[in-house]
Design a protein around this ligand. Structure first.
Ligand SMILES: [Zn+2]
Length: 211
């Protein structure tokens, strides 16, 4: 742990948020990983393989935005995706990644993105003016090599990513300028994905009408 009050406060805020998300069922089997920016050059990152319902600040690792560890412990295997966002979206203050049933199933049933239109909840995403304007959540292919996923993100262009993307058959990444906004984006995307999953189920098949 770093010793400054503000960095400890951020670590405690992140740990409390993660525990709440895990209790809500977003992080089964130690899944998910989470980070928060401390200053221009560093962040807290969750350690690998921790039960998120019991996560404490001692399970957070201080790292440089450049990927250099500044503390002890093994950071999440998906740390590279968090770093990519901090490096390519300078307004990023917090990144939340969860494995839910809805985000996993929908990501397997869609093409290169899931298109939402007509949902009031779309306005949870920063910049979305109303429910009528279409909003597409991109999907990238899953890989155990984070460099492969980063390469796909490069092809979408960072400034086109709507504070979220899906990794197929895997999970959702959501982020924001701070923890509150990142959590709002995560909850908004998850709500939309649950609605989409329900619509697919009502239609009686997994075929996708989108991209
Ligand atoms: Zn994951």
């Amino acid at each position: 742990m770093d010793s400054t009050d503000s960095s400890i406060d951020l670590a405690e805020q992140l740990a409390a948020c993660v525990r709440t998300l895990a209790e809500a069922g977003y992080c089964p089997a130690t899944g998910g990983n989470f980070s928060i920016r401390v200053d221009a050059d560093s962040l807290w990152m969750t350690a690998s393989g921790v039960d998120k319902r019991r996560l404490t600040t001692s399970d957070l690792i201080r790292m440089g935005v450049d990927g250099q560890a500044r503390g002890y412990g093994k950071p999440s295997a998906e740390t590279a995706l968090h770093l990519w966002l901090y490096q390519h979206r300078p307004d990023t203050g917090c990144v939340l990644h969860v494995h839910s049933r809805a985000n996993t199933v929908v990501s397997r049933c869609a093409g290169r993105g899931v298109r939402f239109q007509g949902y009031e909840m779309q306005k949870a995403v920063r910049g979305q003016p109303d429910h009528e304007s279409p909003l597409t959540l991109p999907i990238v292919e899953n890989s155990q090599k984070m460099a492969d996923i980063c390469r796909e993100l490069e092809s979408i262009r960072a400034n086109k990513l709507p504070f979220g993307f899906l990794v197929r058959g895997h999970g959702l990444y959501a982020w924001g300028q701070d923890l509150a906004e990142a959590r709002r984006h995560l909850e908004g995307w998850e709500f939309l994905l649950e609605c989409h999953l329900a619509e697919l189920s009502l239609a009686g098949n997994g075929s996708e009408k989108d991209l």
